[in-house]
Design a protein around this ligand. Sequence first.
Ligand code: CA
Length: 243
Amino acid sequence: MTGHPRCLIIEDEPEIARLIRISLTLEQWQVEMAPDGNLGLVRAANWRPDLVILDLGLPGLDGMEVLGQLRAWSQVPLIVLTARTAESVKIQALDAGADDYLTKPFSVAEFMARIRSVMRRLHRDPTGQETAFATAEWRVDLEHRRVWVRGAEVHLTPIEYRLLCVLIHERGKVMTHRQLLTAVWGPHHARANHYVRIYMAQLRKKIEVDPGAPRYLLTESGVGYRLAEPDPLPLERSTVPPG
Ligand code: CA
């Protein structure tokens, strides 16, 4: 990436597109807009953005269709916007290769935090060879497979440890049940959702102060799980209207 990073906004609602554009411009992004899916695909191909914001509810070519076509040739970081609250739509978008999603209405502060999170993941060591990961309360020695929680070493089973490592590697990103199952248990277990719930509960008991109100291993209701970034999301400020 040279100069200012480029963001393509594929969104048919002018007010939302404008608000997003202003927020991004303030943080030194170059912004291009596309009011429908076909134009969005053309601009993505010609302008080569560093980030795509894609509304799912678009006239003509549906956002999910745009996502599918784009992912056939591009791995550009992509955040989906949706007014659709159905969990199945979010899961479908994440499994189809969206890096994150925001449900309208959302706050601009949260929107910008998600973008920073996606871009941070992108700039991490692509080989994934981190040697340690630490939060204020626990840390993992990834070289020696050892875990300490509030100063005391804890034992994780191999599955618990793999699950934690996947979440650490993808921290900040919501992972669907299917993605976690495939990464931890392998592609043949992609439908055994209860595995994830059981092991996540065990992991929370070992790592969280209050497993019933986790600070790190967060549930994305009906969609999957997300390991909180070390810096929490800022408080709600201005809010983008539904639409
Ligand atoms: Ca729309």
